[in-house]
Design a binder for this molecule. Structure first.
Ligand SMILES: [Zn+2]
Length: 276
């Protein structure tokens, strides 16, 4: 029986990549970086976009949802051997491929949804499609979403996943400390998720090393594995720039994806401003 194994795996997955705050920040930065031609689409709807950015993390009771948030690279032989299609993924590692993660393909699908939303002319549809796309783009920028050692379970660092993406973000991140980068149209947007994942993956060894060294210098309550304040300060001192950099890039890449979707839809004019 395959199902119990799959369910076990899903239960073991972290529930909320980036935490709500990181997902919100990604949207804030992306919308700030959009050119004026797109402002009408999102004016007054910024909070709504952020409010739904974590929705996909609440859909995990559907067991097909979990693998949409990550891609394990090791089964494919590393970042340079990744399949570009689901067919190639299956051909390479067999029926197991889905539970090893499908985030790049989900980004492609949700990007196409955004193009359709722009074509429909319906601003609330654009808002929702942007939120949902933002989630998976942001997840692809979390280093631990690219490895089978996603929670440090193979290196005796259990919990490192949420310590990095929620613990640090909730404790220390100041949105104002991150500059929004301007969105650029990207004719290769559908291939980019693989680049984002490769760059995220390259950050894994240092992240794990910094967690270990913060642990070594600040012994935890061995019984309950509670990290001390000193642990958090050291881990942030080492990984804070990485956290901020990845969120900045996630926002920039989401902005690129939005701008490119709008162009692909034929640059539709946004809804008229409501009369006062
Ligand atoms: Zn997620």
């Amino acid at each position: 029986m395959k199902t119990p194994l799959l369910l076990l795996l899903l239960v073991a997955l972290p529930l909320s990549a980036w935490g709500d705050k990181g997902h919100r920040v990604t949207c804030t930065l992306a919308l700030e970086g959009l050119p004026p031609s797109l402002h009408a689409w999102y004016a007054g709807r910024e909070t709504e976009v952020e409010d739904h950015a974590s929705d996909p993390d609440h859909w995990r009771s559907d067991r097909k949802e979990g693998p949409r948030h990550f891609l394990d690279m090791e089964p494919y032989g590393g970042p340079d051997q990744l399949p570009r299609t689901l067919e190639a993924a299956q051909a390479k590692i067999g029926g197991d491929y889905y539970r090893r993660g499908v985030v790049p393909w989900i980004i492609q699908d949700r990007w196409r949804d955004l193009v359709d939303a722009f074509k429909s002319g319906d601003a609330s549809r654009v808002t929702m499609a942007t939120s949902i796309l933002s989630h998976y783009v942001a997840d692809a920028h979390v280093p631990l979403h690219t490895t089978e050692n996603h929670d440090g379970q193979a290196t005796n660092q259990r919990g490192v996943h949420s310590r990095w993406e929620s613990g640090l973000v909730e404790r220390y991140l100041q949105v104002e400390a991150i500059k929004a980068l301007p969105a650029e149209a990207d004719p290769h947007i559908l291939e980019r998720p693989w680049d984002w994942l490769r760059d995220s993956h390259a950050l894994v060894p240092q992240l794990l090393e910094d967690d270990l060294s913060a642990d070594r210098t600040t012994p935890t309550d061995g019984q309950r594995k509670q990290r001390t304040q000193a642990y958090w300060m050291i881990f942030w001192a080492k990984q804070g720039p990485v956290v901020k950099g990845q969120l900045q890039l996630a926002g920039k890449h989401l902005g690129d994806a939005i701008l490119t979707a709008w162009i692909a839809a034929g640059k539709p004019a946004g809804p008229a401003k409501p009369a006062h």
